[in-house]
Design a protein around this ligand. Structure first.
Ligand code: SAM
Length: 271
């Protein structure tokens, strides 16, 4: 399972390149797309296509080749295979057949976005793409409303505006969120605000609706508690490094569920 870049070609790992050059075959979501990547790095390994619509037919032949001793690298068009991309059936069948499946880790849009978002990263739920139609999308969002950890979505330029609007309406316009756009590319942006603020931000400039998107939304606010937890203190300290006390206490309360007053008092002491 070889991860490939999500934009910046320099992000492929040395091991990934070495393996792509050495395997007997590359199973690629789009053979032409992967062909361009290989040409860029001076490689010419044979390729076979493995995408959403042919995976089921392709799996037996690929597993048979693996069983004969051939090595196959699986890649998708961008990022880590199987993450909102094909490959699950192949991996399951190969493992079932006793074949070693090994990851060559690398770029993954959701992890890259989370790492730069400033939203809690200790627990998160990756939802992938929301349903394309409004009714299905809103229904899915309803099921996520009470979940207390960071929610992560993939979104395309066709639907980013509608998706943000539905998130604001169903999850609550006051929730903190981040839109990570065109990561690792020339026009990379990681924009944080409330969901309501992001709806406005997105509609005020056509460029804000272009490219590829990861949307991250902070989890459902937890019941405020009067007890200052170690985690709340850690969050408060981090935020105090960047923000005035009042904002730091408000955000820390939103993130951790500890009362804003208690965090404010503790912030005064820490200062
Ligand atoms: N396998 C990929 C991964 O590891 O992230 C994801 C593939 S999925 C079909 C494509 C979606 O990932 C895009 O619609 C977008 O939501 C997200 N994505 C991929 N590259 C991105 C980038 N450079 N910036 C922001 N989002 C990106």
């Amino acid at each position: 399972m070889v991860a490939t870049p999500i934009g910046n070609l320099s992000d492929i790992s040395r091991r990934g390149l070495e393996i792509l050059g050495r395997v007997d075959l590359i199973a690629a979501e789009d053979t032409r797309h992967t062909g361009r990547l290989l040409v860029h790095f001076g490689l010419a390994t044979s390729r076979v296509s493995l995408h959403e619509h042919n995976e089921e037919q392709q799996v037996p032949a690929l597993v048979a080749r693996l069983a004969q001793g051939d090595s196959i690298a699986l890649v998708s068009d961008a990022g880590t295979p199987l993450i909102s991309d094909p490959g699950f059936r192949l991996v399951a069948a190969a493992r079932e057949a006793g074949i070693r499946v090994s990851p060559v880790p690398g770029p993954c849009a959701l992890i890259a976005a989370l790492s730069a978002s400033g939203l809690p990263s200790d627990r998160f739920l990756f939802e992938g793409f929301l349903p394309a139609r409004e009714q299905g999308r809103r229904r899915r969002l309803q099921t996520l409303r009470e979940i207390p950890c960071t929610l992560i979505f993939y979104e395309s330029s066709h639907r980013i505006g509608d998706a943000l609007r539905d998130m604001a309406e169903v999850l609550g316009g006051e929730r903190r969120a981040v839109v990570a756009r065109e990561l690792t590319k020339t026009f990379e942006q990681v924009q944080g605000d409330t969901l309501e603020g992001l709806v406005r931000w997105q509609s005020e400039d056509p460029n804000h609706g272009r490219g590829e998107f990861v949307v991250l939304v902070s989890g459902a606010p937890q019941q405020e508690t009067g007890e200052l937890t170690a985690e709340a203190e850690r969050v408060l300290q981090l935020l105090l490094g960047e923000l005035p006390l009042k904002s730091a206490a408000r955000l820390a309360a939103e993130i951790t569920g500890v009362s804003r007053n208690i965090l404010y008092q503790r912030g005064l002491e820490l200062r």
